[in-house]
Design a protein around this ligand. Sequence first.
Ligand code: CA
Length: 227
Amino acid sequence: MRVLLVEDERKVRDSIAEGLQSEGFEVDVADTGSHGFARLRDAPPDVLILDLGLPDLDGLDVLRDLRASGSRMPVLVLTARDALEERLAGLDGGADDYLVKPFAFSELLARVRALLRRGRTETVMQLVHLDLELDLVRRRACRAGEELVLTTKEFELLELLLRHAGGTVSRKAIAEVVWRQVSRATPLDNVIDVHMARLRRKVDDPFPRRLIRTVRGVGFQLGDGPA
Ligand code: CA
């Protein structure tokens, strides 16, 4: 499988490229938007990883141009935290998934594999599990058609659980993905538990079926719960 990585920060680019290569991917890199355009034209990859903040042009322009050409290539967008909110609208219909920097490589790898498995679908940027729906662009969560009013952290927690529905998400993974703490002297367990308790009050308490389960000593799981 071939990946094209368009990213101008050398350290980020090198570490992603090395990581993907060691997982058996063939990796092509570009450090500017125009270089990215050229690579997309000359050697279209199976999946594109696209940083939005490029020195010469906006990553969204690369995305729009790609879609305007009729390409259905799966695209994973990388964006900085401070630019996230304003950028999400622009991703609608163009990107298949996104990651906020900094992120754990394992998360990037999981996203790339998921994109290659499912290819490009029409229901992009939306996650669904039973009666729970997350709209990643509008940052809206609904259960059984009712909107859940979530804080940013609660939304991200729920998003992570949904992406791994049926599997267990460890507190360590939550700390890495939601709090972006890759290594830390004091674990965030208490903070995570407080946020998780609030999330459960919103997601599960009003409904007959509980979806979020505690996996003792490990973390949490989004399942189909006991009736
Ligand atoms: Ca950048």
